[in-house]
Design a protein around this ligand. Structure first.
Ligand code: SF4
Ligand code: SF4
Length: 216
C-alpha cells in the first residue's frame, strides 16, 4: 500500500508538494518559486496594487497575492488567473519601497501553478504561452503566421474565420508592406543550427524535470 501511495505522489507533483509543505505555503513558495524568498519582505503598503495598470481588472493584485501566500491560501493563489495577467511592465517593481522583484514572483507563481497542473486551463495568456512555446521550439524561430492562425482557430473553424475577417485590414497592410508572407504557412524560416537548438531544449527539459522532482 505504501508503494502505491508513493507511486501516486510521484505521478502527481501537486500531491507531492502538498505532502511536503502541508500548512506551510510560504515555505513552499520560498523554496520552489522564482524569487519566492522575497514574499515575506512585503509590508502590504499597496503601492504595487495602485501602480499596476491592470489593477482594476485583476481579482488579486500582487499585494493581495502576497498576503494570501502568508495566510496559507494555497489553492486560491495557485488557481488564480491573476498572475497570468501580468504584462511585465515593471511599474510595481520600480515603485515598491521594499524593492521586491514583483514581476518575477508573479511569473514564477504562474509557472509553478502550471507545473503542478493547477493553472486555470482556459486562461488566454497560458494558452498563448503554450502555443508560442510549441511554435518556436519546432524550428528555433517563431513562425508568426502559424502562431496567429493557431490563436485565431483555437476555438474552432467558425471563430477563426470570424477573427480573420475582423483583422483583414491589418493582414492586408502587413502583406503590402512585405511583413506577412503567406508561404510561411508551408514551412517558413528555420534556425540554421537546428541541432544546437534541440540540444539546448533537451538540457532545459532535464533541468525542469529535476525541479519537478525536487520536493520528493
Ligand atoms: S509595493 Fe512592495 S511592499 Fe508594497 S504591497 Fe506591493 S510588494 Fe508589498
Ligand atoms: S509588472 Fe505586472 S504586476 Fe507589476 S505593475 Fe506591471 S502588470 Fe502589474
Amino acid at each position: 500500500m505504501g508503494a502505491t501511495s508513493t507511486e501516486t505522489n510521484m505521478a502527481d507533483p501537486n500531491a507531492t508538494a502538498l505532502a511536503r509543505y502541508r500548512n506551510d505555503f510560504l515555505k513552499e513558495v520560498e523554496e520552489r518559486v522564482e524569487e519566492g524568498p522575497w514574499v515575506k519582505m512585503c509590508m502590504q503598503c499597496g503601492v504595487c496594487a495602485g501602480s499596476c495598470p491592470f489593477g482594476p481588472h485583476w481579482e488579486h493584485s500582487p499585494q493581495k497575492i502576497f498576503m494570501m501566500i502568508r495566510a496559507g491560501k494555497r489553492d486560491e493563489v495557485l488557481r488564480s488567473d491573476s498572475m497570468w495577467m501580468c504584462t511585465s511592465c515593471y511599474n510595481c517593481v520600480v515603485r515598491c519601497p521594499r524593492q521586491l522583484p514583483i514581476t518575477q514572483i508573479m511569473h514564477g507563481l504562474a509557472t509553478y501553478a502550471h507545473r503542478l497542473g493547477l493553472a486555470p486551463k482556459l486562461q488566454p495568456t497560458r494558452d498563448f504561452s503554450l502555443q508560442f512555446w510549441d511554435n518556436c521550439t519546432r524550428t528555433g524561430r517563431v513562425n508568426e503566421l502559424k502562431l496567429t492562425m493557431g490563436v485565431y482557430f483555437k476555438d474552432g473553424l467558425a471563430a477563426g474565420i470570424r477573427k480573420g475577417w475582423e483583422m483583414r485590414r491589418v493582414a492586408l497592410g502587413l502583406l503590402k508592406s512585405g511583413r506577412l508572407n503567406p508561404f510561411e504557412l508551408f514551412g517558413g524560416h528555420r534556425c540554421k543550427d537546428q541541432k544546437g537548438v534541440a540540444a539546448m531544449l533537451k538540457k532545459a527539459r532535464e533541468i525542469e524535470e529535476q525541479r519537478k522532482r525536487a520536493p520528493g
